[in-house]
Design a protein around this ligand. Structure first.
Ligand code: SF4
Length: 346
């Protein structure tokens, strides 16, 4: 059942019916009636309420590659949904009609956690994705959906910017099987100016996921010309990933298209993404991809040992796979990720 007055967690009750939301690093202080930066958590009569519990902006069955996740059951369909609002304020948001929506009419579909899990199962989706907007702000709903999914053997995927405080982070990610985390840039200045947030909490989330959980992790960086595409920044970012997270974490360099409040910068040229990919490979990352452009090389997976193509993709479609029992069929090297037992010429 949908519940527009769902009592949220991580609210600290203060004097005069004020509440502090401690879910994300913003720690919004809310007077009675006020909504947080994310717009969906509200102080109603001195209680912190999650106004979007059980309400979705729509459902879609996508290829899992679209999340993007390239090493988590490649080629499988995933039931995707989101709600409204976001706790970052990216000026270049590519989903701003959902993330910045103040129109709850958008949340047309009411769905209980059980209904979502059953819908995934019925439609033969091995996983459900919390996506379209950041699940951090609807953590309580996402956790309940994840529990129902796990009851039915359905896996859960979070597509997130990782902007969350340590305690709720632990609670949220306990229920997640795979995550794609947006690392929007590798400078505090960029996060402050273009996302209205901070870099360090995101780096902490990445380290937490990789080093303290069994969650499968991939990273996406939207490359914006002249803003986060310098050789130095890309070098620093990918060296940090290799050192702190390991060389098996896949990274996707994705093309920006003018959107929301950044309309005066052209779309990212393919050459810039190819350059970013080359820098990451030079720094030892083994699985580096380009996205949002036509790029056969950048969208395929290569064996880190024999360098042969082991998964060929066309756009988001998996064309051919040469992985068997998690190993490259040409040289028997293990490939990082989760794969169905047999993956050959799908
Ligand atoms: S989750 Fe929303 S209400 Fe809570 S601190 Fe973050 S932006 Fe503010």
């Amino acid at each position: 059942m949908s519940n527009e007055n769902f009592q949220a967690s991580w609210g600290q009750n203060l004097n005069n019916k004020e509440v502090r939301c401690q879910l994300c690093p913003r720690e919004c202080l809310l007077k009675e009636g006020q909504r947080g930066f994310c717009f969906v958590r509200q102080n109603i009569d001195g209680n912190l309420i999650l106004t979007t519990y059980g309400r979705s902006s729509g459902f879609c069955i996508d290829p899992i590659e679209k999340k993007p996740l390239y090493h988590f059951y490649p080629g499988s369909p995933i039931l995707s949904f989101g709600t409204a609002g976001c706790n970052l304020g990216c000026l270049f948001c590519q989903n701003w009609n959902i993330s910045k929506s103040k129109e709850f009419d958008r949340l047309t579909e009411q769905a209980t956690p059980k209904q979502i899990a059953e819908a995934a199962k019925k439609r033969h989706c091995p996983s459900v994705a919390f996506t379209y907007n950041d699940p951090v702000i609807f953590t309580e709903y996402a956790i309940d959906v994840a529990k129902e999914c796990h009851n039915l053997g359905v896996k859960t995927v979070a597509v997130t910017a990782g902007y969350i405080n340590p305690k709720p982070r632990k609670k949220f990610f306990e229920h997640i099987d795979a995550a794609n985390v947006d690392l929007k840039a590798f400078s505090e200045n960029f996060y402050e100016k273009f996302c209205l947030g901070h870099l360090d909490p995101v780096l902490d989330t990445l380290k937490y996921i990789k080093n303290e959980t069994k969650i499968w992790l991939e990273i996406t960086t939207l490359i914006i010309p002249s803003k986060n595409d310098s050789d130095e920044e890309l070098d620093e970012m990918t060296s940090w990933i290799a050192k702190e997270l390991g060389t098996d974490v896949p990274i996707h360099f994705s093309a920006f298209h003018p959107s929301f409040k950044i309309l005066d910068i052209s779309a990212t040229p393919k050459e810039t993404l190819t350059k970013a990919r080359a820098i990451a490979l030079k720094n030892g990352l083994r699985y580096v991809y380009t996205g949002n452009v036509n790029d056969d090389e950048g969208s395929s997976t290569y064996c880190p040992n024999c360098k042969k193509m082991i998964i060929q993709r066309f756009g988001y479609t998996l064309v051919e796979s040469h992985i068997k029992n998690k190993k490259c069929i040409f040289c028997n090297t293990e490939v990082a990720g989760y794969f169905t037992k047999e993956m050959k010429n799908q």
